[in-house]
Design a protein around this ligand. Sequence first.
Ligand code: ADP
Ligand code: ADP
Length: 229
Amino acid sequence: GPLISVRNLSVSYNLARTGTTRVAIEGVDLDVQEGEFITVLGPSGCGKTTFMNVIAGLVKPTAGEVLIDGVAVTGPGPDRAVVFQDYALLPWRTVADNVRFGLEMQKKLRGAGWRERVQEAIELVGLAGFESSYPRELSGGMQQRVGLARAIVAQPRILLMDEPLGAVDALTREVMRDEIEKLIAATGKTVVFITHSIEEAILLGDRIVVFKSHPGAIKEVITTDIPRP
Ligand code: ADP
Ligand code: ADP
């Protein structure tokens, strides 16, 4: 069966200040196979982040459910890691300590070999030599490489990326898009990648899930036939 199964998923937010409810997504169905790279494309506010956050276990469904390997998601877990648009690094920690945090979150610091895993993740994203730097000393692209290393260090099966290149400068964005593509192809991870760049969606996705807005729902799923590297 599919690795991720999204069934009739709806999420509404209660807006405490006005006492009203906002429907963010409604009736979303999607199966994602192991190893698939899914890009989610749609205008701002159409519910992409909400959709990803439910898969991450950070937002609870109002209706429907998300299953991972047939088991309902009830919260975050070591099988999933998230890369955020704003990197979400700990500013008082070095690159190596930020990456180590990816293991701490999953309680995988015990046992031998964690130092090697941190180093391996840092090398995979091309940051060897920057282990002792602090986030503020790095460019946006490099900071997002740290975010990527922190996500992959605990070896999750599923990578959830929320506009990971949205805050990276235009020149670096293209380079990093190709790096992400190669990294994912090499590791065989299942990816849900949110973007509002049509180009990114086409070049990265095995399938493009197009959302429509108000309330967010799947408008179309497009299968691409671009060969993976
Ligand atoms: P996207 O990622 O496509 O921009 P979001 O999932 O962030 O969309 O938001 C979908 C809708 O839900 C928007 O109307 C947004 O204002 C609303 N929304 C998102 N998060 C919250 C929240 N925590 N509380 C209330 N409304 C929210
Ligand atoms: P460790 O690496 O020893 O696990 P951290 O790197 O999390 O610890 O924190 C290092 C120090 O920074 C701690 O003394 C902690 O209390 C402090 N600290 C925690 N939050 C912040 C913050 N937002 N800004 C600056 N320092 C912080």
